[in-house]
Ligand binder design. Sequence first.
Ligand code: SF4
Length: 420
Amino acid sequence: MAVGIFRFRGFYEESVWEILKTLDLEDKIFNYDTVVIKPNFGSLHLGYPAAIQESIATDPKLVTALVKILKDNGVGRVIVAESGMYGVKVDRVYEAFGLTKSIPEIGGEIYNMDTGEFEKVEIGGVEVNLSKVFSDCDFIINVPSMKTHILCTVSLGAKNIAVGSIDFESKAKIHREGIHRLIALLAQKLNPGLTIIDGIVSHEFLGPTWGLPRKTNLLIAGDNVISTDSVAATIMTINPREVEHLRIASEQGFGEIDIGKIEIRGEKLENAIVSDFKHCCKIEEAGEYYSQAMGIDGKMEICGTDYCSGCLNATVGIVWVVTNYTEGETEPFTLVMGTDGEVPKSARGRVYIVGNCQARNREKGVFLPGCPPSGQDFYKIFLDQCLSEEARRKAIEGQERRKASKERRLPPMKHTLKYY
Ligand code: SF4
């Protein structure tokens, strides 16, 4: 079990060669018939400011370099495969990155798991739908980006391969059934033969998608996803033992989280550690920071600590789009989410009870049923109940402009988050 740390010097193909040579993989990897590359593109809303986009998604140039090297050296099929989180259409991300055209030009294929086939598999007593793209491949290369994560502490290789390879229904299900345990088990089942963590531009503080970019110029790669994640977490000054899914996987004998027991190649670990890397805030504080990022400070309260990105994107994601058009104008409101959210005694403004996890509180506010609820429904309700006539007009005009545009892309979104 070796993990390599590499300083990125601006040359993608050189970096991939350095990784393959340092990990003694170059002879082995080119003999495979079918290789699937799993990047992290699925959490990228295209309205994010460009600098933040770079830190949320895997660098598409790194993925392209991998495809090119594999194809040039005889691998039969090389498939770049991704699924989207709630509200993200992977085909649009492929298109925006230019991969729809460039990957086939160099002999590779792109694949949207969300529109492909799934097969039912049982993981730790829970049935999930796993993309069939993995059932016929010989080797998986997992290429996540280096990010903090509000629920899972880090979003690295295990999170990317586990949550990014199942359908949307299963993503919500694993949140309900014990996300840390199921990430550990799914990562073990898929067991990517190579994980390359893209830490060229990392994402710190309010990850996995609301934080800030940090140029770290590193690539961390290894043949065991848990050991590779543990080295990356250490570079982010996070103790791997405090990352629940890494601890659970290592206790099951899959991967090493004791840094002293991992063979490290390439750059020295102590030289790579980013000593002032900003960890994520506590989930209880997230509402305040999301509000700050959207420029609606003090107007939104979130109650609950175990909600998932589906409920978050169907509500907070919509508020972000709307208040971008209204220049921050909105009435105060409270979102109650997850299994543990409770309506506070003195709630801020109107109360929304979000998602089926909150069905028990349905009488205590405006209930948004669904797992996750419909973002479209919330959009209409929010416009009706939280905006002045003038602000509503601005929001409707903004959306109409977007729909009329060729790409139907969101305009660059406001993002005014500051560090704590
Ligand atoms: S209702 Fe929301 S928080 Fe609950 S599982 Fe579904 S998406 Fe996740």
